[in-house]
Design a protein around this ligand. Structure first.
Ligand SMILES: [Zn+2]
Ligand SMILES: [Zn+2]
Ligand SMILES: [Zn+2]
Length: 762
């Protein structure tokens, strides 16, 4: 047999588990190309043989129109001479190296599957588990690798002849679609009452929709866990859900049938529209449209709305049946992880839901909805979970030894890093309850198995009481490395953007354990991968009663005005801290004055709390970060002025002193100025003061690269203002694909630990 001339084409990017190989195979046939396609360690390799014009047009089509969930990062080819096969084949590829790439994230229902479930003549008409190689569940149903049906929770559903035919036909869009199913052979829905007793129903979706229309709460099993669902236009239904879920005020996500319906409740632009319809289908934060049909108590006092579009057939069918926006909030009691097993959901959500819409396709791993917001002009992932996990963050450097980074205590995610890939795990939530901690441990075990990674280095926060730290300390036979919280925040941005050290990192958050044991969080660091210098920090505030002050933000307001007035604030200023009983005020002032049970904290978040207490009269934060969020949303875009501040360069580290700002704010309030004006001036002041220390540090160190990160940079007003003040004369980077809050620090921990153990090469 003669050798044929052809091309070896290498494609890198998101090209595995997204229907890429079957698509290549179809494309090759269309262009009269023979050869083969296989997964390799970095993506996909294609060996193609045919005439030069055919090869040219084949390569052109590869680049132009990849399948919806695929993303081509690079495509290169070189000429080869080899034996050409007679047809075009999809070569088996089971090498260990590729296991890591092979498990894709969940992909929202594609247009073709959607058309089928609403087509009465189709065999999948109204079938809630319809999927194909371009869409459907992935990571949440996988038990093991390789990603093949027997290794998923679909193993218990043998395919009927029609499904098997699709699965084995290379030209079919269900060729090798692992969760392929139909009403004959696949999973089924059931409806249960509040006591978990099955209700006879010929159409569980229709019956669930009727319960929702009556104002009841239904727990519906989705892809990564249960949602609690109710009518988003009914204030009574929303109130019922809030009371039972013990979620007083935190905004609830709303799902609508499609983009036109989303436009009716939210003000969208090109970016938010694209995010809503992306294969990930995250919750997108967008301004709520005034006077829309939604109940006011969906997001009290909050102009932003969390909107998402249906991402599984079950949602499409439910939304169609209900014909109104639905609340779709995580199926849990506040602070617990999302329920994902049938028996567990019935037990834990029994007091919340009036009915359960269940199915018998097991969710192997819980995976909450992801959340994205446009911040300082670009989309930023605030919670990175379903649709993104387990897709790796690709780095330009390599981890010589596999690293497990255990993350923080709140909004926990962990990270497994190997070669040039960092795999962030699903959002686990706050580790301070047993359920969440169990979920953290289980997810680590599963991810290690799926990725075939056995970590040799375990990175953790310095806080001795974080459960993630304790977990790390309990891992034997590994090198354990503690990484300072804000260093990890900054290193996470450095890794994401492949920044050359050193970097001036602004890390503003609520709290993180400092190397001196104090609570940091208003930090400017000169950061390398291996260490940092603390150049500046915010002047600390006293937290009267410690953690109690974080909920009772009026206490922080008292601390800020006492500090601003040298311990003796005027009565008319204290009177702005509304509804605080006199005796409580006296007690807290005494505690602060005597420094009794009042640790000092540098967190920028505490200054937001203090100003919100003073300017908006907020006494209690009903959920973490509420006061800061209300302060952001109170701002008046027309106000460009600011308050005074001082930078104390004699202090070590330099200190950003906002006492003058609080005196001026207090006087402005007493003089009758509006809260919106104060909010704007506060944001402008913090941005201005930060820009000033960053510029001074750039001057001193010669470093021109700046990273802005920490939970405070979920605040668009702060991020935009500071970005505007620093760029373009400095190069400024923000977290984009990794959360700015504590959900993003595991990546930073991983790269710092690798660098410290000399295992993070260029
Ligand atoms: Zn599909
Ligand atoms: Zn079937
Ligand atoms: Zn933090």
């Amino acid at each position: 047999m003669a050798l044929a001339c052809g091309r070896e084409i290498r494609v890198r990017g998101i090209v595995q588990g997204v229907g890429f190989r079957p698509w290549v195979s179809r494309l090759a046939r269309e262009h009269g190309i023979v050869g083969r396609v296989l997964n390799d360690a970095l993506g996909v390799t294609i060996e193609a043989f045919g005439s030069t014009p055919a090869l040219n047009s084949f390569v052109g089509s590869l680049e132009k129109e990849p399948p919806p969930a695929a993303e081509i990062a690079a495509l290169e080819w070189k000429p080869i001479e080899a034996l050409a096969p007679l047809g075009f084949e999809i070569a088996p590829s089971l090498a260990a190296a590729e296991r890591r790439l092979a498990i894709p994230p969940e992909i929202a229902t594609c247009d073709q599957c959607l058309a089928e479930i609403f087509d009465p003549s189709n065999r999948r008409y109204r079938y809630a588990f319809t999927n194909c190689t371009n869409c459907g569940p992935r990571f949440t149903i996988v038990r093991d690798v390789p990603y093949d049906r027997p290794a998923t929770s679909m193993a218990v559903f043998p395919m009927c002849p029609a499904c098997r035919q699709e699965y084995t036909t290379v030209t079919d869009r269900r060729f090798h679609a692992q969760p392929n199913a139909c009403p004959v052979c696949g999973p089924r829905l059931r409806l249960l009452d509040a006591g978990a007793v099955q209700i006879h129903s010929d159409d569980p979706i229709r019956d669930a929709a009727q319960l929702i229309a009556r104002g009841l709460v239904v727990a519906a099993k989705g892809l990564g866990g249960f949602h609690l669902v109710c009518d988003a236009t009914s204030a009574a239904a929303v109130l019922r859900l809030r009371e039972r879920k013990r979620r007083e005020a935190k905004p609830l996500a709303v799902m609508v049938a499609g983009l036109p319906q989303a436009e009716r409740i939210a003000i969208l632009d090109e970016r938010t529209r694209r995010l809503l319809t992306s294969p990930q289908h995250p919750i997108v934060l967008a301004p709520r449209r005034d006077g829309c049909e939604l109940a006011q108590n969906i997001a009290p006092d909050n102009p932003l709305l969390g909107v998402l579009l249906p991402y599984a057939p079950l949602h499409h069918l439910l939304l169609d049946e209900c014909a109104r926006p639905l609340v779709m909030t995580s199926g849990n009691v506040t602070d617990e992880p999302i329920a994902y097993r049938n028996d567990e959901a019935c037990a834990r959500l029994g007091g919340i839901a009036d009915a359960f819409l269940l199915h018998d396709r097991e969710i192997v791993t819980r995976c909450d909805d992801s959340v994205v917001r446009v911040i300082a002009g670009a989309p930023t992932v605030l919670r990175r979970s379903r649709g993104y996990v387990p897709r790796p963050v690709l780095l330009q450097r390599r981890f010589d030894k596999p690293v497990l980074a255990c993350g923080a205590q709140l909004k926990n995610t962990f990270c497994l890093a190997v070669n040039d890939q960092a795999f962030l795990g699903p959002h686990i939530g706050d580790l301070d309850n047993l359920e969440a901690f169990a979920s953290f441990e289980e997810s680590i075990v599963l991810m290690q198995r799926l990725l075939a990674v056995d970590p040799q280095i375990v990175a953790h926060d310095l806080h001795p009481d974080y459960l993630s730290t304790r977990y790390a300390k309990g891992r034997d036979g590994v090198v354990r490395i503690g990484v300072q919280h804000h260093h990890a925040h900054v290193a996470s941005v450095m890794a994401e953007h492949d920044l050359k050290a050193p970097v001036l990192g602004v890390a503003f958050d609520g709290a993180g354990y400092g190397t001196d044991g104090a609570s940091w969080g208003g930090e400017l660091l000169l950061a390398e991968y291996t260490g940092f210098e603390r150049i500046a920090t915010l002047r600390p505030l006293a937290l009267a009663g410690g953690d109690a002050a974080i909920r009772q933000v009026w206490r922080i307001g008292v601390a800020a005005v006492m500090d601003a007035y040298d311990g003796a604030p005027p009565r008319d200023v204290l009177a702005r801290l509304r509804d605080v009983p006199e005796h409580a005020l006296e007690t807290v002032m005494t505690m602060i004055a005597k420094r009794f049970n009042s640790p000092l904290a540098h967190g920028a978040g505490r200054y937001f709390d203090a100003m919100a207490a003073l300017a908006l009269g907020i006494r209690h934060a009903r959920y973490e970060g509420e006061a800061a969020m209300l302060l952001e949303h109170a701002h008046d875009g027309n106000v460009t002025s600011r308050f005074s501040y001082r930078i104390d360069e004699a202090a070590e580290p330099w200190q950003i002193d906002l006492r003058p700002a609080f005196r001026e704010a207090a006087e402005a309030l007493v003089a009758g100025h509006q809260p919106g004006e104060l909010s704007s001036r506060f944001h402008n002041t913090l941005a201005h003061a930060t820009a000033k220390v960053v510029r001074a540090a750039a001057e001193r160190t010669g470093c021109r690269t700046v990273a802005l990160t920490g939970g405070c940079f979920q605040n668009d007003r702060l991020a935009s203002a500071l970005l505007g003040l620093l760029s373009p004369s400095l190069d400024v980077y923000l977290p984009r694909n990794v959360p700015p809050g504590d959900g993003g620090i595991a990546l930073g921990q991983a790269v710092v630990a690798a660098a410290l153990s000399d295992g993070f090469g260029g």
